[in-house]
Design a protein. Structure first.
Lengths: 402, 291
């Protein structure tokens, strides 16, 4: 469950260095396709970047080059060469590097950085230079308003995620199993947007919100929040979290004896690390998007190749979408070549089959994948909502913390 | 407001404050005594936390007992660092300002070296373990057992150190240096040696705090800096070089923050602590207990 910096460098920088050495023998080999990106290897974003995105980039690079390279329409296979740096979780570093990649280096293609805020900052740059960018770790309703024609959001957006949460809770409410919700959200763009989507969709469900608390990124103590929910008799904990506060909330819930029948949390719950940290985390639910039991073509193969290469499992939300976005790019280049305008046209018009299921973009947002709720059950993050995609029935009430 | 809620808030505040106390005491020894502004203070806390994590996960060591390893090891590391880096750089500095700016630069470099070392050794993934993650019911309120333990130990060590400063010969020499540096040297206090010891003690306190908080939080190589900032606030609040002041300021800050969190939200935690700091700086610029 870790990406070491040296593996990261080996897979990315190392690949670039090897390609540079090989250039001396260029007559024997096709010219490499240069693909630029930044990812956070250090700083607060590095946790998510390493789990969700870096692993997929490295795996795809290895697989494609093992086949002799990326098939380009009319040119045959050309090896991939990554041009990349660590953006140190600094948005301005990332923006500057993307400017350089597209303006000076004129790379063939780009891949996105990690996280909603990063993608927000880089999207206008990509748009300016006309480079299609498919972001697998962006979830924000504001994207639609901003309208960057070259930016594509492949992950479920807040409305879809929260729609799934409320759909799921509404059914439980109908069965008389839950009625009172305590909501905690992280006070940054992600949490605020998720929260506003949640309140909009929760309105007509008959569920009562007994308490709402926000908290800052990097919070050190959530026990007052949890004690408040407990005192208010909440039978649903709903945390719109980022990974560190998600872990804190779960460990403190146990410490203050708070074990509601439904425990839902956002980013981080789908990480295998979360399951291991809480001895199975049996019955804990959260935002989901994927698991290896789904019937998407290639899902199981992707899972196995990921584990084989990285000795750790992909997460159960965005990892598969990160890899899926590369599959989409691969297909586009195979069918229309490296003309970025044509790639964009194909992205707008085509339904793609990926390990994360069928993907179709409308106005730059994936409209095929519904919001999903997952629940840790015996080591797998089973999809429990919507029912059409469910891989297991829901466990309610949640068992005691292990 | 019920008595049990008041009790809950007070104890939660003291738990937070107890941990602040130990980390701030370490910084006060360095900044208050030597004017060495060690912004890498929190990184030593981070390293202490990681060492405890590794000892616990690798050999099943009791996290609490690991402070017997991290404390002395950090003390020695502090002595060596002081001898190799700080004594050399600060030795030629004459004015107080020169010491502050040079030590700031030096520790800033150290911060990056230590963070990146941790990144190489432990990676950037969140890492943590569960220890004593059980509820503790006291008088109708419930507290996390591990936090009570960590704060108790931190507070105990802080008080013990305070007593040591008051009673022992070394402690008296340190206090003499804090109060009257030139006079202390005139009566034979060895400045360089004591500075080394104080620096080592400061590092040790950070590392021990780190060992304690590793029971409570997930670790990344970047957990240290917020503690440096909090420690600085506490040191300024309590008065530079004032050990008892630091202790009381830490507890006060813990309680103020908790009151803010209970009655408003966690978002105002930082605001409330900076509000207290600003207020004190306006009303009594030498700190709550400064002279």
């Amino acid at each position: 469950m870790r990406i070491r910096r040296r593996d990261f460098l080996k897979a990315t920088g190392g690949g670039a260095a090897a390609a540079a050495v090989l250039r001396g023998r260029a007559w024997a080999q096709a010219k490499p396709i240069r693909i630029g990106y930044t990812l956070s290897a250090t700083g607060p974003y590095s946790v998510g970047a390493g789990i969700t995105q870096g692993t997929g980039y490295a795996l795809w690079h290895e697989q494609v080059n093992a086949k002799g390279g990326l098939a380009v329409k009319g040119e045959g296979r050309r090896p991939i060469e990554y041009v990349t740096i660590d953006d140190r979780s600094e948005i301005e570093t990332a923006v500057r590097f993307y400017e350089k990649l597209m303006g000076d280096d004129k790379v063939d293609l780009i891949l996105p950085p990690w996280g909603t805020a990063m993608n927000f900052a880089v999207a206008p740059v990509a748009n300016k230079y006309g480079y299609p960018m498919i972001g697998p770790t962006v979830s924000s309703n504001k994207l639609k308003e901003l309208s960057f024609p070259y930016f594509y959001a492949i992950l479920q957006q807040p409305d879809a995620c929260m729609g799934a949460f409320t759909g799921f809770l509404k059914e439980l409410k109908g069965q008389g199993k839950v009625s009172k919700v305590g909501v905690a959200y992280v006070n940054d763009l992600f949490g605020i947007e998720m929260h506003s989507s949640l309140t909009a969709t929760l309105k007509d469900t008959g569920l009562e919100i007994v308490d709402t608390k926000s908290y800052p990124l990097g919070v050190k103590d959530l026990s007052p929040v949890l004690k408040g929910f407990k005192a208010a008799g909440a039978d649903v904990f709903l945390g719109l979290t980022y990974p560190p506060d998600n872990i804190l909330a779960a460990s403190q819930a146990k410490e203050v004896d708070f074990n509601p029948p439904v425990y839902l949390a956002a980013v981080g719950t789908a990480f295998p690390f979360y399951r291991d940290r809480f001895k199975g985390a049996e019955g804990v639910s959260g935002i989901a998007g994927w698991n290896p039991k789904m019937k998407n073509p290639g899902a199981r193969e992707y899972y196995e190749a990921h584990v084989k290469k990285h000795q750790k499992e992909p997460d159960r939300w965005a990892s598969a979408f990160a890899y899926g976005s590369l599959q989409i790019l691969e297909r586009c280049v195979g069918e229309v070549g490296l003309d970025r305008k044509k790639i964009k046209e194909m992205l707008d018009a085509t339904e793609f089959q990926t390990v994360a299921g069928p993907i179709k973009f409308a106005k730059g947002v994936n409209v095929t994948t519904p919001g999903m709720v997952g629940q840790w059950q015996k080591g797998e993050f089973e999809i429990i909502w919507p029912k059409a995609l469910a891989t297991a029935p829901v466990i309610i009430p949640k068992p005691a913390w292990a | 407001m019920s008595a049990s809620l008041l009790f809950d808030i007070l104890v939660t505040g003291l738990i937070t404050g107890g941990i602040y106390a130990l980390v701030a005491l370490g910084l006060n020894l360095q900044y208050g005594l030597m004017r060495v502004l060690n912004v890498a203070h929190g990184e030593f806390l981070m390293l202490g936390a990681y060492v405890t994590y590794s000892l616990h996960m690798g050999w099943g060591a009791n996290p609490l007992l690991t402070i017997l390893v991290t404390g002395p090891a950090a003390f020695v590391a502090g002595l060596v660092l002081h001898r190799l880096l700080y004594a050399r750089v600060l030795g030629q500095a004459e004015a107080r300002e020169a010491i502050e700016s040079r030590s700031l630069l030096l520790s800033f470099g150290l911060l990056f070296v230590l963070q990146n070392t941790a990144l190489l050794v432990w990676s950037a993934d969140l890492q943590g373990y569960s220890y004593l993650a059980t509820p503790l019911h006291v008088l109708g309120a419930v507290f996390p057992a591990n936090r009570v333990l960590a704060a108790g130990v931190a507070l105990g060590l802080s008080v013990a150190f305070y007593v040591y400063l008051r009673r022992s010969l070394v402690g008296k020499a340190i206090r003499a240096l804090m109060g009257e540096p030139e006079g202390a040297q005139l009566v034979g206090v060895n400045l360089t040696r004591l500075h080394g010891i104080c620096f080592g003690l400061g590092v040790a306190m950070a590392a021990v705090t780190g060992s304690l908080i590793s029971m409570l939080f997930e670790l990344t190589p970047f957990v240290g800096l917020p503690y440096t900032v909090t420690a600085l606030v506490v040191v300024i609040l309590g008065g530079l070089g004032n050990v008892a002041g630091s202790l009381l300021a830490a507890l006060l800050l813990g309680v103020v923050e908790t009151v803010g969190v209970y009655f408003a939200s966690s978002d105002i935690r930082l605001i409330s602590s900076y509000a207290v700091l600003s207020l004190i700086l306006i009303l009594k610029p030498s700190g709550l207990f400064g002279r």
